[in-house]
Design a protein around this ligand. Structure first.
Ligand code: FAD
Length: 600
């Protein structure tokens, strides 16, 4: 029988917190938290994505925001029960603010709040039209000159951006721009998505031929429209591309394909952007109030510069331009880099009968896909999780409820277990000369992703080819120069090459702001991504949240959106609500706007 006692414990704390907050008693509210507490707020209290760490920061935030937010009706979420494990009592919660309804999660330790997650579900009076409120789709009765749904859609497409300005322009129509566009459509925020490729999904289609998603289907659903139950665990790139194309259509997005954003500038007086785009050979000027760059964190290729590149007679390109192995059979290839793309490309080249060498400069974190699925993701994102009643929304919120500061503590044991389970695999890789790491603090893949967005390979086969020598490896060396027909390494080795692939990663997204807006605005906004963990490629100081993603930036009305499919699904909700609130003129005073410590 379900132990209902945890309900009482959580309710007592929530009642006390509700009373203190309603009475504006900040001290009394703060006293309900542990000294080492974490309150992660997604937009409800702070109009920001912000984690308050420790009682002091909770107190400061409440002092600044409580009078405005007017929280109320805080309780265990309808239909939910609290539970208790290892001295931690936890529960789903619901609450309201003056302008919104919220959902969240609480963990109690020794009777006080240890972690609190508060997220905005909807703005009062601006709810999405679902369930009983879904659109009729038809007007029953008779009406002269009746317009069909199709005619209405065509009229909208003809006028938006021409005779009527969108409220929001999203530059970049990859899965990020598309997911955000879908949310904004449901919130009735007039939006145009600008995409230089011809069709939705092309950013996946154009990637190397062998690419399949590295994350499993349960992690990848888009908002509103989950993949069907027979969808493959790992989507091939062209299949996910087709899904995005279909999704864009059925979600009724105003998607301008084959349209390139050339430049944008913000007028501080009119609070309006001038966004110049090239469409059908013509320049069109758009004047949205909000501009979102969803141009991809894996979009701005880092192309290294090596002496001799200009005289190299073979093919050379960045991994993002790699066409696939087709024309390189029986040739010699050198792949510079040792992360995901490098491994995938090396394996595909080997399969096609190419003599391939990987050049590894520094250590890489490798984790076998099976192990990652079973030990890293299964609890939240797997068929077993689905069978045990876990929904995508809840999985996303549980994940979000673990503050970044303590997330490594939860991750390290997972990767320790993986190391133990796959000890033989790692030993064989090391014997082949491969340089391994498990993250600066052994916290593994996901922390590396959040901190620097690079430095790992999810093994789907290439590691075995390295271990058995099929993919040749030169590690602990850098490229010194290229000759007409070879790559010379820093240890003097000469690798004959018909093809050189630079799998050297991608730059910070504020580079897009520099390209499209100005260097000044890019510097004002600063580096995008990373937590300030003071680990490799993620310099401090500690930020507590990902820099500049999905939240207000130092540039008024400029936003960044993107990340993997999970982040894009989850955070598009909060970015869309921030944009909707601004469109409706709801005051959105931002608490704790991040400072800029790094330019890019
Ligand atoms: C090899 C590889 C494997 C990956 N595997 C996974 C995975 O398994 N799971 C996962 O979730 N993620 C994966 N990712 C990360 C992946 O980049 C993202 O999930 C996804 O592509 C990000 O979507 P996005 O919309 O943010 O960016 P993108 O898909 O990069 O889309 C950005 C779009 O902006 C457009 N654009 C840029 N500039 C302009 C301009 N000036 N005007 C108009 N349009 C412009 C581009 O054409 C592009 O279509 C992988 C990435 C790579 C490179």
């Amino acid at each position: 029988m379900l132990d209902k006692a945890p309900n009482g414990r959580v309710s007592n704390v929530l009642n006390a917190l509700d009373k203190a907050l309603s009475a504006g008693e900040v001290e009394r509210a703060a006293d309900l938290f542990q000294a080492d507490c974490y309150w992660r707020d997604l937009v409800t209290f702070t109009w920001n994505i912000k984690t308050m760490e420790g009682r002091e920061q909770v107190r400061d935030m409440l002092e600044a925001r409580l009078a405005d937010v007017k929280p109320s009706s805080l309780k265990i979420a309808d239909g939910e029960d609290a539970s208790e494990t290892n001295g931690i009592t936890e529960s789903w919660i619901q609450f309201e603010t003056e302008v919104a309804r919220g959902f969240g999660h609480i963990r109690l330790k020794d009777g006080r709040i240890w972690t609190l997650l508060t997220t905005m579900s909807e703005l009062k009076g601006h709810e999405e039209p679902v369930g009983f409120d879904r659109p009729m789709g038809v007007k029953h009765g008779v009406e002269r000159d009746r317009k069909t749904w199709k005619e209405d859609r065509e009229a909208e497409a003809a006028e938006l951006g021409y005779s009527r300005q969108p409220y929001c322009v999203i530059v970049g129509g990859g899965q990020g721009g598309i997911a955000l566009g879908a949310r904004l459509r449901q919130l009735n925020v007039p939006t145009i998505i600008i995409e230089k490729n011809e069709k939705p999904g092309d950013s996946w289609r154009k990637r190397y031929k062998s690419l399949c998603l590295h994350d499993p289907v349960w992690y990848d659903h888009l908002p509103y429209l989950p993949f069907p139950r027979n969808w493959p665990v790992f989507s091939p790139k062209d299949k996910i591309a087709d899904w995005l194309e279909m999704y864009t259509k059925v979600m009724e997005l105003n998607y301008w394909g084959a349209t390139e954003c050339k430049r944008a500038s913000y007028d501080e007086d009119s609070c309006e952007w001038t966004v110049v785009v090239q469409r059908d050979g013509k320049e069109i000027v758009l004047n949205p109030k909000q501009l979102v760059l969803a141009t991809g964190m894996s979009g701005k290729a880092n192309m290294p510069k090596f002496e001799g590149m200009e005289i190299f007679k073979g093919d050379q390109h960045h991994s993002s331009q790699h066409p696939g192995p087709g024309k390189y059979k029986d040739k010699k290839a050198v792949v510079i880099g040792s992360n995901n793309s490098a491994h995938d490309i090396c394996a595909a080249l080997w399969e096609a009968g190419v003599d391939v060498t990987m050049v590894q400069r520094s250590t890489t974190h490798v984790v076998r896909s099976d192990s990652l699925m079973e030990l890293g993701l299964a609890q939240l994102y797997s068929e077993q999780a689905v069978q045990s009643g876990m929904t995508t929304a809840k999985a996303d919120l549980i994940f979000a409820s673990l503050p970044y500061k303590i997330l490594p503590e939860f991750q390290t044991p997972v990767y320790n277990a993986i190391r133990k389970r796959d000890a033989d695999f790692y030993k064989r890789l090391e014997e082949a000369g491969f340089l391994l790491d498990y993250g600066d603090d052994d916290s593994g893949l996901f922390m590396k992703y959040l901190r620097r967005g690079s430095g790992y390979y999810i093994d789907v086969g290439a590691s075995e080819l390295i271990a058995n020598g099929s993919i040749k490896l030169k590690s602990g060396v850098d490229v010194k120069r290229l000759t007409e027909h070879s790559v010379i390494l820093s240890d003097g080795t000469e690798l004959p090459a018909d093809l050189v692939v630079y799998a050297t990663g991608y730059g910070s997204m504020n580079g897009w702001a520099a390209d499209l807006i100005s260097r000044e605005v890019a510097d004002k906004v600063g580096k995008v991504w990373g937590l300030g963990s003071n680990t490799t490629k993620d310099p401090g100081p500690w930020e507590g949240e990902q820099r500049n993603m999905w939240k207000p930036t130092q540039q008024e009305a400029l936003w960044f959106h993107g990340g993997n499919l999970h982040q894009s699904r989850h955070y598009s909700q909060f970015l869309a609500l921030q944009l909707k609130a601004r469109m409706e003129g709801i005051p959105t005073p931002v608490y704790g706007l991040q400072k800029v410590h790094h330019l890019g």
